[in-house]
Design a protein around this ligand. Structure first.
Ligand code: PDD
Length: 283
């Protein structure tokens, strides 16, 4: 596997980074996960724009977003990821420097890594069968709109879900079901597709935007408003969206079935529309 690290293309096993890297020491870095379908990076400009927002959000002096896009494209080709599904991971950290909490000297160069991620086959069966989730307290900070590598709450809650026999967890803050550990959360209530508005408390998912656009195309009404935990039992359907999960039905919440416990009709329509949308980009 060929990866990119700070200007070099090299075998992944040769890619090494300093123990003074600030993401290692402080989680002082941001990232993106970009999907490639048949060798084409899906929504690359949108991912680069969000990377820019994240970098700005934590004040890393980095601006080579076009270059990151070119690197990602080259890695897809060099690793022969030109058919089927692939994922490209991008991370930009504040660089390596003597450990001080405040920013390092201004000449410190950001560390930039781009490399393929393993593609998990279980995603397909989860999209077919749906997933079970548990509701967990949102113990994250209040800048969840920045895609930082500080993911410990997400890690702990994803593991809690597995420990409890569920597939994933949904963060609940102030009685609102906000998003998953690595996905956005949608509910369908009396035919209206509802998802949390873009605020500092959630990540503005790129898949979320695509799905809202597809709802528009299909004539499905949408509303960007908080989904109350107490409203979940009334949901006709629930699903999550992300680069890795696309549109994945949620069929069980805290052990209680959603609807009849099977992926819902509208969710299925959106999955189909999503697939067709991806295929149309390949033409
Ligand atoms: N995560 N919310 C959170 C907290 C996320 O981590 C993600 C994506 C999303 C969905 O964003 P998008 O549709 O742009 O992928 C929402 C990536 C996939 C990850 O951490 O692996």
């Amino acid at each position: 596997m060929i990866v990119y690290l700070n200007g070099d293309y090299l075998g992944k096993e040769k890619a090494q980074i300093s123990v003074d890297d600030r993401a290692f020491l402080f989680a002082d870095g941001v990232y993106e996960v970009i999907r490639a379908y048949n060798g084409r990076l899906f929504k690359l400009p949108e991912h680069l724009r969000r990377l820019e927002q994240s970098v700005r959000g934590i004040r890393i002096p980095f601006s080579e977003f076009k270059k990151v896009g070119e690197v990602a494209e080259r890695l897809v080709a060099e690793n022969k990821l030109t058919s089927g599904n692939a994922l490209i991971y991008v991370e930009v950290t504040r660089g390596s420097a003597a450990r001080t909490h405040a920013f390092p000297p201004p000449e410190t160069k950001p560390n930039v890594y781009v490399g393929p991620l393993e593609f998990s086959k279980k995603r397909h069966s989860q999209q077919e069968k749906g997933i079970s989730v548990i509701l967990v307290p949102d113990i994250r900070w209040s800048r969840c709109d920045i895609k930082t590598v500080g993911l410990l709450p997400n890690v702990l809650m994803a593991q809690r879900a597995l420990d409890e026999g569920a597939d994933d967890a949904i963060f609940v803050r102030d009685a609102v079901a906000i998003e998953g550990t690595a996905s956005n959360f949608f509910g369908i209530f009396q035919g209206v597709v509802v998802t949390h508005p873009k605020t500092n408390l959630m990540l503005a998912g790129i898949t979320r935007d695509v799905v809202l656009e597809l709802c528009g195309n299909l004539g499905l009404p949408t509303r960007e408003s908080p989904i109350l935990e107490s409203d979940l039992p009334q949901a006709d359907e629930l699903f999550v969206t992300s680069t890795t999960m696309e549109v994945t039905p949620v069929v069980e919440v805290d052990g209680r079935k959603v609807g009849d416990g099977k992926p819902g009709r509208i969710t299925r329509r959106l999955q189909k529309a999503f697939r067709e949308y991806v295929e149309s980009l390949g033409d």
